[in-house]
Design a binder for this molecule. Structure first.
Ligand SMILES: O=C(O)C(=O)C[C@]1(C(=O)O)C=C[C@@H](O)C=C1
Length: 388
């Protein structure tokens, strides 16, 4: 049974808040952590910008590319082997997104892309079956850049996966910590390790496109004065030395990824997409033009009166000031028109759009909001997977 959620307002001065020009009020659904894996680090709730459904979460191990196991047991949601499925991700081979894809879809083929938009376009053009996007992290909050992308395109969320992100400081073989003058990595990774790097005396940080791309750059240019922040798997893949493990500023650093598919491919897959016995989760976006708090209360009331649990609730408010960008949403029902909204709510709820109660709640919300779009309905996976 799911525990009753509590609402928290996260610190608006978090890195996530400064990463966007919009005002963000994080109303977060926090589910108290009742089960902690002996291997999982303690949660530091004060700095959490996104709460994960940790009540049933436990750190999971992916054992050397074989059948994924959770603390030694086969995983509960039983990922189907996905040989032949092509998953587009942003970054070079060895990026966290690629590991997330291979964990979610064992045996899949991965397609490296320069940008997240390219990964989405690969699915739209039929070059890939899925795109994987990091959408929120315990340290960063919601990755609005990726939510924005999601909303501008007509792809459906078909799966979620949360990965424990352990950042390592990597260097060319034989390079000692004292020889390192600068650090390169994905801007998110650099932001997640800022304090630790400063403590190591490493103040020169330069962003590159992804963590594995940084490692590739070290390797191909034989950079002897530079270190990269990336995963231990990337170190193995590119043959680099690990100078330090776990350099993230918060010990509990989890990124949630969503896998997206084209609606046409889902129609072809039919009922096989949702095995009947699996608990489902639905992601939706609610857009409106004013009365933010009223709409928020209506959304909460529509779900709570029907006893439907929310696992995510994020409120985005763009003011009318010129430098604050509105949220653009593709209205899939109105011939794919792109519409701009100053106020948006991201909502994830437990259940499916086929549940009568959920349908009623959505109908009720639709009467207040200007646009309600269902982003996808998929198997809920509360586990956190660890690459070790
Ligand atoms: O650069 C990578 O390895 C990625 O997969 C991207 C990404 C991100 O964009 O958030 C994913 C997870 C990590 O938190 C850091 C970076």
């Amino acid at each position: 049974m799911a525990s009753a959620p509590s609402l928290k307002i996260a610190n608006p001065s978090s890195p996530a808040a400064s990463a966007t020009s919009r005002d963000r009020l994080h109303l977060l659904v926090t589910i108290p952590s009742t089960v902690a894996s002996p291997t999982s680090p303690p949660r530091r709730s004060a700095s959490l910008a996104v709460a994960f459904a940790a009540a049933s979460a436990s750190a999971a191990s992916i054992n050397g590319g074989g059948v994924p196991k959770i603390n030694g047991h086969p995983r509960i949601n039983g990922f189907e082997p996905a040989a032949g499925l092509r998953v587009a991700f942003q970054g070079a081979p060895g990026a966290y997104s690629e590991f997330a894809a291979k964990t979610a879809l064992p045996g899949c083929d991965t397609l490296p892309c320069r940008a997240f938009a390219d990964a989405i376009s690969a699915v739209e053009r039929g070059l890939a079956d899925r795109a994987i996007l990091p959408v929120e992290s315990t340290m960063e909050g919601a990755a609005l850049r990726n939510y924005d992308l999601l909303l501008r395109h007509d792809l459906r969320v078909v799966q979620e996966i949360s990965l424990f992100v352990n950042y390592c400081l990597l260097a060319m073989p034989g390079v000692s910590p004292a020889e390192v003058r600068r650090v390169i990595s994905h801007p998110v990774a650099l932001a997640h390790c800022g304090r630790a790097l400063a403590q190591l005396g490493l103040h020169r940080c330069e962003p590159v496109e992804d963590t594995a791309g940084a490692v590739e750059m070290l390797r191909s240019n034989r950079l002897l004065d530079t270190a990269a922040i990336a995963s231990p798997r990337a170190a193995l893949l590119y043959g680099l030395d690990v100078l330090a493990h776990g350099v993230q500023d918060e010990s509990w650093n989890v990124t949630r990824f969503l896998l997206l598919a084209a609606p046409t491919s889902l129609a072809a897959a039919g009922a096989a997409v949702h095995p009947k016995q699996t608990p489902l989760k639905t992601s939706m976006v609610v857009a409106h033009r004013g009365g933010s708090m009223v709409v928020l209360l209506k959304v909460l009331s529509a779900f709570s009166r029907r006893n439907i649990n929310l696992t995510k609730l994020e409120v985005i408010n763009s003011s009318s000031k010129e430098d604050m960008a509105p949220v653009f949403i593709l209205d899939v029902k109105a011939k794919g028109t792109l519409r701009a909204f100053p106020h948006v709510l991201y909502v994830d709820f437990e259940g499916s759009t086929e549940d009568p109660k959920a349908m009623e709640a959505i109908d009720e919300i639709s009467q207040t909001a200007e646009l309600v779009r269902i982003l996808g309905c998929y198997a809920a996976d509360p586990n956190v997977y660890d690459l070790h």
